[in-house]
Design a binder for this molecule. Structure first.
Ligand SMILES: NC(=O)c1ccc[n+]([C@@H]2O[C@H](COP(=O)([O-])OP(=O)(O)OC[C@H]3O[C@@H](n4cnc5c(N)ncnc54)[C@H](OP(=O)(O)O)[C@@H]3O)[C@@H](O)[C@H]2O)c1
Length: 239
């Protein structure tokens, strides 16, 4: 019998993470829906149905991450896919000149340190050939933010938290890809595009399912697939 692959998605109770969880389940994977709030987690698991299981996981809480890894190991034994999706934008106090350190730290706790914590905890469970997908953003592209015309967010004020956390996340992708290459484990960053979710007050022009597609593609078994890359629906994104 073919091995049923097992995927863990963080921040999967809503938005793009929920859509990624649904699409991976539709591809026949056992999906572990990571979410920090018990009621939101249960509601999301019930909405998806099928082979989807809630895992309590606050990526900023070391005990929660440890317990989640123990639960995944104890109940499922292994992972074929890890999608680090949980993320926050933070508020405008992350702008230069607005005493930003505290807010930048808060954003990095989720978008950067949370990814290290979860990835480290799940490393022993990752099968050879597993895929790690980090949900990043083109706002973290150094090429874009240093473009002579100011890049695609030229009209936005400078911010030290969210975009910089995604630049740092992309560097994590490169370092984990290097570390895991010998095991045949692929690690990539993806940008979902501008998606209508709670994160941006539903301002985005794309649906969560559209945003999820590139993450699902990189999460799908493909021995010839890329590693250490940054992708959106249009192909490679400049770092
Ligand atoms: N929307 C866009 O246009 C866009 C564009 C580029 C990249 N992204 C990225 O896509 C990812 C998903 O964003 P989204 O738009 O789907 O946002 P969203 O609807 O606000 O969902 C964010 C998810 O992250 C979870 N989360 C936040 N803090 C967490 C923590 N400490 N531990 C565990 N989970 C936590 C949230 O859980 P709660 O419900 O408990 O808060 C929620 O499930 C993020 O990494 C974001 O940066 C989004």
């Amino acid at each position: 019998m073919a091995h049923t692959e097992i995927a863990l998605v963080t921040g999967a109770n809503k938005g793009i993470g929920f859509a990624i969880a649904g699409q991976l389940a539709a591809r026949g994977m056992t999906v572990l829906l990571g979410a920090r709030d018990r009621e939101r987690r249960a509601a999301a698991v019930a909405r998806l149905g099928g082979d989807v299981h809630g895992i309590a996981l606050d990526v900023t809480d070391a005990d929660s991450v440890k317990r989640a890894a123990e639960e995944v190991g104890g109940r499922f034994g292994e992972l074929d896919v890890l999608v680090n999706n949980a993320g926050i934008t933070g508020d405008f106090t992350q702008s230069p000149g607005s005493d930003p350190v505290e807010e930048v730290r808060r954003v990095f706790e989720v978008n950067f340190f949370g990814v290290i914590a979860v990835t480290e905890a799940m490393l022993p469970l990752l099968n050879p050939g597993a895929r790690v997908v980090n949900v990043s953003s083109s706002v973290g592209s150094l090429a874009d933010m240093t473009a002579p015309d100011g890049g695609h967010l030229a009209e936005m004020p400078a911010m030290l938290g969210y975009p910089v956390s995604k630049t740092a996340l992309n560097a994590l992708t490169a370092q984990y890809a290097k570390y895991l290459r010998d095991k045949g484990i692929r690690v990539n960053s993806v940008c979902p595009g501008y998606v209508a979710t709670d994160l941006n007050g539903h301002d985005g022009g794309r649906t969560p399912d559209q945003g999820a597609a590139i993450a699902v593609e990189l999460a799908t078994r493909n021995p010839d697939g890329p590693t250490a890359g940054f992708f959106d629906d249009g192909g490679r994104v400049a770092w």
